[in-house]
Ligand binder design. Sequence first.
Ligand code: FE2
Ligand code: FE2
Length: 292
Amino acid sequence: MVFASKAHMLFDDGDHKCMVFSELVKGSGIQANQFLILDGKHGATIDPGGDLTYAPLTLEIGKHMPAQKLDYILASHQDPDIIASLGRWMMQTQAKVVVSKLWSRFLPHLGASYLNDLNGRKLEDRIIPVADKGGVIELGDSSILILPAHFLHSVGNLHFYDIKSKILFSGDMGASLVDASPGQAVEDFEAHIPSMRGFHERYMCSRKVCRLWADMVRELDVEMIVPQHGRPFKGKAMVNRFLDWISSLSCGTDLLGEENYMLTREHKLALRMQDSHATPEAPPSRLLKFPG
Ligand SMILES: [Fe+2]
Ligand SMILES: [Fe+2]
């Protein structure tokens, strides 16, 4: 399976569609996938990204529905590659933003102050804060489960399971950093591990949380796990390979020790310089130099 065009259809039963855009990021930004779920005339985009993807994504959505009529923006968490273009979406569409309650009060910082009262609609009225246990939203005649994925990697993190297509949109969980063909489904799991391991070891909180999450996912009938970076896991066998791998991966706090929280030689040198140079005429703050 290769996504040759900017949009690739993950599921299509005529009325309900799920598609991924994996080639919209240009320049130095990390490769990222954006998603659109359509049910009849209703639409939701998942993790639409920042300014890098706003214009091309709205063009792509416009091929399927008027972008301004989008029902929802589903945000797995608060990162720049997830929702930094919030202000533009708020200006140009009628969409409501679904996000963890932990981030709902922070998101207004991404928009200009006039968005706080746009044509009589307050920004806060367009943000749906989701409780830690998750929830369900209706999209047309279909439903999307909002699942807890906290600390994977963000403290308030949500994943979205589309019931009709049986696709789990898993945010950064399952992300891979690949040089080419990010839309190509994983075929050789062992060969794919090196493109995931470093990211998951650094970004995911701990093996305990990964295992709890995987156990929850096993309760669902998942045909595909589609992360926000890199390649999807298609078919139950490959989905289970990923769940098994992530359940046993030492990561995050599992790998941290006091050596990760030590003052460096550079820190200590700067402190010594401050002590030796500080005089009433030359305040210490002016003498400090920052590396890089
Ligand atoms: Fe992230
Ligand atoms: Fe990401």
